[in-house]
Design a protein around this ligand. Structure first.
Ligand code: SF4
Length: 281
């Protein structure tokens, strides 16, 4: 639960194959294990090192910033425990993915969708990006943030010296609202259990809310993104930061500087060394 001290909008029609039986889930887990997903790297070299010196000082956030819960350095784990932990996260996510694929709680959204858009990335990611809802490209592909806004998000992630495979990307809503309108409160309430359980399964140390809808939904607040930026929040054990949605940046390129500032604060808090230049403009 959040303590406030807070869509990718971007067409094709490929249907996503979703395992629907325990056996199918087991087969998917085994194939993921074969692909090495059970031993995913959680961070770049040095990220788990509490002695690592960040390049920017998170304490330079405005005075209204709320100190987050302290984040403990990872204790070294035995390989067996690591594999078991990763397997449980993957299993929990696959069960959820199957539930979402069959969900019709928002009948109008379920009838209009091509695919549900569950989320993608590292099941053991330190950092989750939470967006609003799928757009046309995402609905067509079944993957989050693949349209123009998604491409910009990818640039932002890469500018942070990370890759999409190292983070986890999800939306509040798993189905595309018509005409890319903002999600209705009832739709958010219907889908809340899914994104909350996703985050619970991944157990990220950090969550970055993209835009007003994501921030308000996660943090159960009615404050706008302009008021939520520049502050830290707690969501369970995770530290939360809020920034503008990439689709807003497409309409207002000047705001890229603000997002870059937010990312620098976030990376500093994560102990990730950042380049001085932003994601191209
Ligand atoms: S938006 Fe969420 S709650 Fe609504 S139908 Fe889609 S998966 Fe179900």
């Amino acid at each position: 639960m959040a303590r406030s001290t807070a869509g990718d909008r971007s067409g094709g029609g490929r249907k996503r194959a979703v395992p629907r039986s325990p056996r199918a889930v087991k087969q998917r887990l085994e194939s993921l294990a074969d692909a090495g997903v059970l031993d995913l790297p959680r961070a770049k070299p040095g990220l788990d090192d509490p002695e690592e010196t960040p390049t920017a000082d998170a304490a330079s956030l405005p005075a209204r910033a709320i100190p987050p819960a302290s984040v403990s350095p990872k204790a070294p784990a035995k390989r067996g425990a690591k594999v078991s932990d990763a397997a449980s996260r993957v299993a929990a996510l696959e069960i959820l993915r199957t539930e979402v694929a069959g969900c019709r709680a928002c009948v109008h959204l379920a009838e209009a969708r091509t695919n549900t858009v569950f989320g993608s990335g590292n099941p053991a990611a330190r950092l989750c990006f939470l967006g609003e809802a799928p757009g046309a490209d995402e609905d067509a592909s079944g993957e989050p943030f693949v349209g123009r806004a998604g491409q910009l998000l990818t640039k932002i992630i890469e500018a942070c010296t990370l890759t999409r495979d190292e983070v986890y990307i999800l939306n509040v809503l798993k189905c595309r609202p018509p005409e890319n309108r903002r999600p209705e409160p009832e739709e958010v309430a219907n889908c809340r259990g899914y994104f909350e359980r996703q985050i619970e399964a991944i157990r990220p140390e950090f969550i970055c809310c993209l835009g007003t809808s994501a921030a308000q939904s996660l943090l159960r607040t009615d404050e706008t993104i302009g008021k939520l930026r520049g502050r830290w929040f707690d969501y369970g054990p995770a530290t939360v930061i809020c920034t503008y949605h990439p689709s807003y940046l497409l309409r207002n390129p000047a705001a890229k500087r603000d997002v870059w500032d937010d990312m620098q604060h976030l990376m500093a808090r994560m102990g990730i060394e950042m380049p001085h230049k932003g994601p191209g403009g």
